[in-house]
Design a protein around this ligand. Sequence first.
Ligand SMILES: NC(=O)C1=CN([C@@H]2O[C@H](COP(=O)(O)OP(=O)(O)OC[C@H]3O[C@@H](n4cnc5c(N)ncnc54)[C@H](OP(=O)(O)O)[C@@H]3O)[C@@H](O)[C@H]2O)C=CC1
Ligand SMILES: O=C(O)CCC(=O)C(=O)O
Length: 444
Amino acid sequence: MKAVEVVEKLRSRFPNEPEYIQAVSQVLATIEEEYNKHPEFEKSNLIERLCIPDRLIEFRVTWVDDKGNVQTNMGYRIQHNNVIGPYKGGLRFHRSVNLSILKFLAFEQTFKNSLTTLPMGGAKGGSDFSPRGKSNAEVMRFCQAFMNELYRHIGPDEDVPAGDIGVGGREVGYLFGQYKKLTHQFVGILTGKGQEFGGSLIRPEATGYGNVYFLENMLKTRNIDLKGKTVLVSGAGNVAQYTIEKLLQLGAKPLTCSDSDGYIYDPDGIDEEKLAYIMELKNVERGRIREYAEKYGVKYVEGAKPWFEKADIATPCATQNEINEEAAKALVANGVIAVTEGANMPTTPEATKVFQDAKILYCPGKASNAGGVAVSGLEMSQNSERLKWSREEVDNKLRNIMDDIHANCVKYGTEADGYINYVKGANVAGFLKVAKAMMAQGIV
Ligand SMILES: NC(=O)C1=CN([C@@H]2O[C@H](COP(=O)(O)OP(=O)(O)OC[C@H]3O[C@@H](n4cnc5c(N)ncnc54)[C@H](OP(=O)(O)O)[C@@H]3O)[C@@H](O)[C@H]2O)C=CC1
Ligand SMILES: O=C(O)CCC(=O)C(=O)O
């Protein structure tokens, strides 16, 4: 397999899908050497079968807004690969959603889910509907309309969606309610459900907590303590909030967070009380991060990202391609020692090269943010056995899973000079399990 040739062929077949091609190119470049050690892979054209999703589901979603106007949006589910378990991955509701973005996310999810050690395939879905600025009633009607089509394509042993950008506990609740109404079945069809109806403890926290557990493991490889370290965080949603919470619990000092309008910089650090304010602002009032700056009298920078501030660590927790080459160079010049991705593919390929050339600790989201889907997998287990595990039990399992993922990255990513290439490690480890399962299951 020649990675460059495969990517060029995919690019000409899917010319308008830059994010999908970006994700595929990065993975293929890092697994090429390992792949070519297995002639049986090439003989069965495993690489094209792995890159192209099993199934794309695309549908119209029609709903009525509060003024009585009939609105239409697009709905999607990309079922990428189910060789190691049922399709599994989040739903994103955001105006930017399109096939390219969902295909990249579903592709990444397949490798991420493989890394978790749990039996889950990869999928992603969503809509170009944005909950921002909509009333609760509008969000509910949209979720019901979305599920009116999606329910045909999912099932507890078939495909189990969850949240992602724009889909939190509120949306999962409405989606679950409609699934139940349509099918008369109370089953673990979604993860991230409310605690009262089958949700796992620690699922809301899991992506952020896992991100910080992974960061701790990376720092340990250089005998660095997280305590006292300053951290730049982007985003102010689910992943950012619980990343900040765990950073605080472990003695670090988060300095920033952001939304799509701008970022705040708090030189005294975002403490527990300020974090509680962010959670109320974002999860209940659904306000803007600018209001934090007004309340606490700190700097707010409109239309910018926090990467030009000075800190020891950076953790992007908002969206894809939010750290470009210029931002990466600024982070390195300012002495950053580690970058851990809470978001999916937040670092451009050029920025990734800057981090790796500088030999700083840098890991891809498919490893460091895998805690969310891992606890989703644990929610599926609890639903299957109709039991609920304690916080401690789930948190311990999450920590062990993040430790295993880290160990696998070290195993497959350590280079001759001792530098751990976490991108290569995560991609090779995730790939090998999926590839072996594909080979065992024949050409299907
Ligand atoms: N939730 C989960 O369990 C997991 C999430 N992830 C990834 O983490 C990231 C964040 O997800 P999550 O926290 O769940 O989502 P949320 O919707 O809870 O929060 C997203 C945050 O990112 C900001 N944001 C979204 N789009 C943009 C943009 N284009 N530019 C700048 N800021 C943006 C939002 O700001 P605003 O409010 O202005 O839109 C918001 O602050 C995503 O990449 C997601 O795929 C990865 C693994 C699991
Ligand atoms: O919990 C899940 O199923 C998916 C979480 C997710 O969307 C992700 O890992 O990117």
